[in-house]
Write a protein that binds this ligand. Structure first.
Ligand code: ARG
Length: 236
């Protein structure tokens, strides 16, 4: 909760709590062939996962696995799917510029509920102050170790002016920010590619930030509504 003392911060995602995979069946993570988790993602069609281009741009499909239905990385629940192809946004150059979006095609249809995409009609979901939820298995503090379990944290969407004030690279077409002015709650390293959700829709993809959960530096996410048509075209 906002207003929690600083000493309480840094235990989960950053400032979050454990989440049940049964509540977020579309939450997935990406591993290398050795099973080491490096990013998150969201199942948006039975055989399609949205993630961040910076997670996938330097990897071949054959080197990536998607783990679905598994809350505990040390467990065996769910499915480990192979990836048959990766689409990175063709204009992606750097997450600081934008277009930090990718779509992975899986070797099979997964038996899990999918997450709908926000579209350009969903402007209300991006209003400043709207509570959004970010999920992932990434670091629980800036520079810290990754989480064994799926974690969730609620953060308010910030205005474009607030985010532009924090980051000179902020581009309101390509990006959206979320976080409390006083920090304390955020995504972090290893959460990249994972979902930012409002009202049951994917509005953002974990992309970057200055540290994690630092006061004055909200998390930056790829703005899904901008890329909805490009993503949809990959869902075939
Ligand atoms: N780039 C990081 C990753 O690859 C995600 C950073 C998100 N940072 C933040 N403060 N929200 O996992």
């Amino acid at each position: 909760m906002p207003g929690t003392e600083a000493g309480d911060v840094g235990t989960r995602i950053v400032g979050g709590t454990r989440a049940s995979i049964s509540d977020y069946p579309w939450a997935v993570y990406l591993t290398n062939t050795a099973g080491s988790q490096f990013c998150g993602g969201a199942l948006v069609a039975p055989n399609k996962v949205v993630s961040a281009a910076h997670c996938t741009i330097n990897r071949s499909a054959s080197a990536v696995r998607v783990v679905a239905g598994r809350e505990d990385k040390n467990g065996t629940a769910g499915v480990v799917a192979s990836v048959t192809s990766i689409w990175n946004h063709p204009d992606y150059r750097s997450y600081l510029i934008g277009e930090d979006v990718s779509v992975l095609t899986l070797d099979r249809d997964l038996p899990y509920e999918t997450l709908p995409l926000a579209t350009p009609a969903d402007t209300a979901l991006y209003e400043a102050g709207t509570t959004s939820k970010v999920l992932g298995w990434g670091a629980t503090s800036s520079g810290g170790a990754a989480s064994r379990y799926l974690l969730e944290v609620d953060v308010p969407v910030t205005s474009d002016a607030t985010c532009a004030g924090a980051y000179s690279q902020y581009n309101s077409t390509a990006m959206v920010c979320a976080g409390f002015p006083e920090g304390g709650y955020d995504a972090c390293q290893g959460d990249s590619g994972g979902p930012l959700v409002v009202d049951g829709k994917l509005i953002g993809i974990v992309s970057w930030g200055n540290g994690c959960a630092w006061a004055g530096y909200p998390g930056v996410y790829a703005r899904v509504s901008t890329y909805a048509a490009d993503i949809q075209a990959q869902l075939g």
